[in-house]
Each structure stands twice: as C-alpha cells, then as structure tokens.
Write a protein that binds this ligand. Structure first.
Ligand code: FE2
Length: 153
C-alpha cells in the first residue's frame, strides 16, 4: 500500500469517528470516543508531518501545499486540545467546537486528497510511495497506534 492509501484510510476512519461522536448523547461514551479520536488523529498528524510533509517540503512544487497543510494541522491540534480540556462533553459549547473541528478536517481532507495527493503522485514514484507507507505505519506505531489495531485504554 502506498502512503496515500494509508492516509485515505485514516481520513475515512477519522470522519466516521467524528460523526459517531457527534451522534452520541451519552457523556461518558462521548468522552471515551473523543479520547480514541484524539489518540488516532495525533498519531496520524505527527506521522504524516514527519514522513510525508517533510519530503514534500523539500521540493519546490510540494512546499506550498505542505506548509498550508501544516497550518491546518496546527489549527486542528488547538481545537482538539480545547475539546479535551473542556468539561461537559455534552454541552452546546463543546458540540459547537467539535462541529468547527469537523468542518476544518473536512476542508483539510478534501484539499489533501486532491491537491496534495496529485502533487505527490507527480513527485514520487510508486516504490517511493510504498516505502513511505511502511515508514508511516512504523511511525504511527511509535505513537501507540499499530496498523489495524483498535485503541483501548
Ligand atoms: Fe493531514
């Protein structure tokens, strides 16, 4: 699998987790699901920055895309931090912030899967993208998210 397939799979999982979180009314369950989301999203973002964006940044064509994507990661990190710290995961304010996070992620994912992926396909060949996929999985495992495993703590 190329790193692009891995990233796409993570995006699909993140979107569906967020959808479940917003549809869950029970506070403790919401909090537990959000904890899982945070762990997976953090592992995904840090690994993506290290393995994928850094290589894109080293190229003239990939650099602007990678820099923009990194700013979006920073904005998502901030919202995820706020949401983790806030009490009352069932409050209107928590829900509003979570909806903004979902909108930001949808925008980020949309751009990444179109423009960033297109740039990467031009810059790197299939073996290079496969190799990055392996490095991406290994990096995520370092963050406690091994491939194919479910997170429970
Ligand atoms: Fe990303």
């Amino acid at each position: 699998m190329t790193i692009l397939d891995d990233i796409k799979a993570d995006h699909d999982e993140a979107k569906s987790l967020l959808k479940t979180i917003l549809a869950t009314e029970e506070t403790a369950e919401r909090a537990a699901l959000f904890k899982e989301f945070r762990k997976k999203m953090t592992a995904h973002n840090r690994s993506e920055e290290k393995i994928f964006y850094r290589r894109l940044e080293a190229t003239e064509a990939g650099r602007p895309r990678a820099l923009e994507a990194e700013v979006e990661h920073e904005a998502a990190d901030r919202l995820i931090d706020d949401l983790s710290r806030m009490r009352g995961k069932d409050s209107d304010k928590w829900t509003a912030r979570c909806i903004v996070l979902r909108e930001l992620l949808e925008h980020h994912i949309e751009e990444e899967e179109s423009q960033v992926f297109a740039a990467a396909r031009k810059l790197f060949d299939r073996p290079a993208l496969d190799k990055m996929g392996e490095a991406f999985a290994a990096e995520k495992a370092k963050h406690g998210v091994p491939a194919g495993a479910t997170v429970d703590e």
